[in-house]
Write a protein that binds this ligand. Structure first.
Ligand code: DX5
Ligand code: ZN
Length: 224
């Protein structure tokens, strides 16, 4: 079964811990935490303190905190997010002049190394870094907000990253983030993703969170 990573910023900002508990209580293994600085992306969300507050909730459920840094100069904040309890730390290739150094820093801080690509960023930007990463995150919307529509061209990009990872013999995770919902989840897994981030598909709408997670799971199991 692929890993689901509910994106906590899509939940109620006044109740992050309770919403995280609800999603993790439905059995998902990762919680996705979107960090935005108002510079790299046109939105400001959360910092290390919130990651620290979510750590015990994740621990209660044996879950991982998957921290996605949409910030400029992310290397400056690696230690702060590692100390706050991040398991995976993902930086954007577009935000790092010295991407390899940022990756080394994440590894040295004791976290799994993730690199993310914006929709318009060519895959060639991964060439030098792929052997060093534990996770590749393909953005399937322009980062900044939950609730945007999936960019259909992302599926082909996921396929191409999957081929590159396979050619390297890499066991890195391939994660897709943005507009993931029951209607495209299976397509993404077939394309080679193994981790699906979902914000509004989990925390949006009027249905209980557990029911939304169930709908995603059903989309992934029925047609396998
Ligand atoms: C977008 C964030 C996503 C977002 C996903 O910039 O990186 O993680 O919260 O939300 P949905 O699934 O609603 O697109
Ligand atoms: Zn994200």
């Amino acid at each position: 079964m692929p890993t689901l990573a509910p994106s906590i910023i899509a939940s109620d900002p006044g109740r992050f811990a309770a919403c995280a508990d609800e999603a993790l209580g439905a059995g998902v293994e990762w919680l996705h935490v979107d960090v935005m600085d108002g510079h790299f992306v046109p939105n400001i969300t959360i910092g290390p303190d919130v990651v620290e507050a979510l750590r015990p909730v994740a621990d209660e459920h044996g879950a991982q905190l998957d921290v996605h840094l949409m910030i400029e100069e992310p290397q400056q904040y690696v230690d702060a997010f590692a100390e706050a309890g991040a398991d995976n730390l993902t930086v954007h290739v577009e935000a790092c002049t010295h991407l390899h150094r940022a990756a080394q820093r994440i590894r040295a801080a004791g976290c799994n190394v993730g690199v993310a690509l914006n929709p318009a960023t060519p895959l060639g930007h991964l060439d030098g870094i792929l052997p060093f990463v534990d996770l590749v995150l393909v953005m399937s919307v322009n980062p900044g907000f939950s609730g945007q529509s999936y960019i259909p061209e992302s599926t082909a990009k996921v396929q191409r990253v999957r081929r590159q990872l396979n050619a390297l013999g890499s066991s890195a995770h391939l994660e897709v983030d943005g507009g993931v919902a029951p209607n495209n989840a299976m397509e993404l897994i077939r394309a080679g993703a193994d981790v699906l981030v979902a914000g509004s598909a989990v925390f949006g709408g009027d249905q209980p969170v557990a029911q939304n997670i169930e709908a995603l799971r059903n989309a992934l199991t029925l047609k396998v």
